[in-house]
Design a protein around this ligand. Structure first.
Ligand code: DLL
Length: 444
């Protein structure tokens, strides 16, 4: 029945989207009710959570509704690591039907679990996400998110099937075959990390395929930060409409927040994932509109409820009504994490600032890397930027001019001069999933 409803397409409004349009008062009631249930469950089943509540003198009865959420303790990535692998599970293994894991930069991964109900909620969230991106029954979706322990592939797969799209589970990599499938199967929509899609566009060009000549009209991108400059490049080169989707394994995977056709921030699916913004240093709650660290609470998760999880992603909550009519609050596009910042000569630098500066300069291609080194105790940052084959084969003078323009653009954004190296086509490794933008050689 549910499946039938989802597959139904009614004049552009997809019935699966109904919760996205709940009146705010009703939404608040749903949130309050679900928060009480999830806190009760975590108290009963997760020792770490119960002990933290007790240490604050709280019991589940202290939480009368969503307005009390700030009284609850935070959960962090360290908690997941310390309780590796199954210490935060609230369901016995015979109720768990899926495990995913996210590889950290060091050591053990963090493990996340789903019951059958959790998979249903995740599927619903991804179906609503795709509906917001304008996908529907009849679409042919090439899913280039990695399938495996990463949540990207399977999360989007289930959601796309639920709205009745035909999914091609191609996963990441294999660029030539991806282009062949795109062309031969009449693909209308693609899911990928933005960096991998840029790689696909480049490969299509090499194969003599102009994506503008294909039926492809929508790109659903996420799993890593990308800038508006990157969106403009992608849209101009391919003729598609590019949507930003956000999520993280700890909360469910993709499907936590999505852009709609207005492209003015990402609607958080607030009936399942409650957002707050805090000051990353003091932990104090910040008012709507102010930038800080995103904290998320799962309101429906059973196998692994996350209470006030500190994402380290930096954004702000936007409350102005959205033109699409969705009542779910939006977050500003996530351009940085509190832990991807580095300091060069006393200046805080985020990789996305470099991307924004670079893409504003004509003649660059969106392939770059930031290399950090330490010389005589001083940190140095060098940006390696690929240039187009035309520029690369041009005169030394043309190269020098471009170098100067890029140098100025970066200096203008960061306020400091950094090292710059223009490199030839294909010098920077291409990503098949999340791009590695910063190479930190300071410990070598
Ligand atoms: O990346 C889930 C996902 C898959 C999201 C496919 C969207 C599409 P993790 O591997 O656990 O999960 O990484 C989560 O990636 O905390 C952000 O820092 C970053 N991230 C995810 N989406 C975006 C986005 C998946 N749209 C971490 N913009 C998050 C910026 C993003 N950063």
């Amino acid at each position: 029945m549910l499946k039938e409803r989802w597959n139904d397409r009614a004049g552009g409004f997809h019935p699966v989207s109904a919760p996205d349009f709940l009146p705010r008062q009703q939404l608040r009631e749903v949130q309050s009710h679900r928060l009480q249930a999830v806190v009760g469950r975590a108290w009963d089943k997760v020792a770490l959570f119960r002990e933290r509540m007790q240490a604050r003198g709280l019991t589940p009865d202290s939480i009368a509704g969503i307005g009390d959420i700030a009284a609850l303790p935070f959960t962090t990535k360290a908690d997941l690591r310390d309780t590796y692998p199954f210490g935060l599970f609230a369901s016995p293994m015979d109720e768990v039907v899926r495990l995913h894991a996210s590889s950290g930069t060091t050591g053990k991964p963090i493990v996340v679990a789903y019951t059958r109900e959790d998979i249903e909620v995740w599927t619903e969230a991804m179906a609503r996400t795709f509906a917001a991106c304008g996908l529907h029954r009849g679409d042919i979706l090439q899913n280039a998110f990695g399938y495996g322990l990463f949540t990207g592939g399977m999360g989007t797969h289930y959601g796309a099937e639920a709205i009745g799209a035909a999914v091609i589970p191609v996963s990441g990599g294999n660029t030539e075959r991806q282009i062949m499938l795109m062309r031969d199967f009449g693909v209308t929509a693609v899911c990928a990390t933005p960096s991998f899609f840029v790689h696909l566009v480049e490969k299509a060009g090499e194969m003599g395929v102009d994506l503008r000549d294909l039926p492809l009209r929508t790109g659903v991108f996420g799993a890593e930060p990308w800038t508006d400059g990157m969106r403009e490049r992608i849209q101009a080169e391919t003729g598609i409409e590019a949507f930003d989707i956000y999520g993280l394994s700890e909360i469910t995977g993709p499907g936590v927040a999505t852009e709609c056709a207005c492209h003015d921030g990402l609607h958080v699916l607030e009936d399942h994932f409650f957002p707050e913004i805090i000051d990353p240093v003091t932990g104090a709650a910040l008012p709507d509109g102010e930038e800080g660290e995103l904290v998320l609470t799962t309101l429906s998760k059973r196998a692994m409820p996350m209470i006030r999880y500190r994402t380290r992603d930096i954004t702000a909550i936007l409350t102005a009504p959205c033109g699409c009519g969705r009542t779910m609050r939006r977050i500003r596009r996530i351009s940085r994490r509190s832990d991807d910042m580095f300091i060069i000569r006393g200046v805080n630098v985020f990789p996305s600032q470099v991307e924004a500066a670079l893409l504003a300069v004509e003649g660059t291609v969106p392939h770059y890397q930031i290399v950090l080194t330490r010389e005589h105790g001083l940190d140095r940052m060098t940006v390696e930027v690929e240039v187009t084959p035309e520029v690369f084969s041009d005169t030394v003078r043309a190269m020098e001019e471009l170098r100067a323009r890029i140098g100025h653009a970066i200096e203008h954004v960061l306020g400091i001069r950094v090292g710059l190296r223009l490199v030839g086509p294909h010098s920077i490794p291409r990503s098949e999933g999340k791009a590695r933008r910063v190479i930190d050689k300071r410990q070598d």
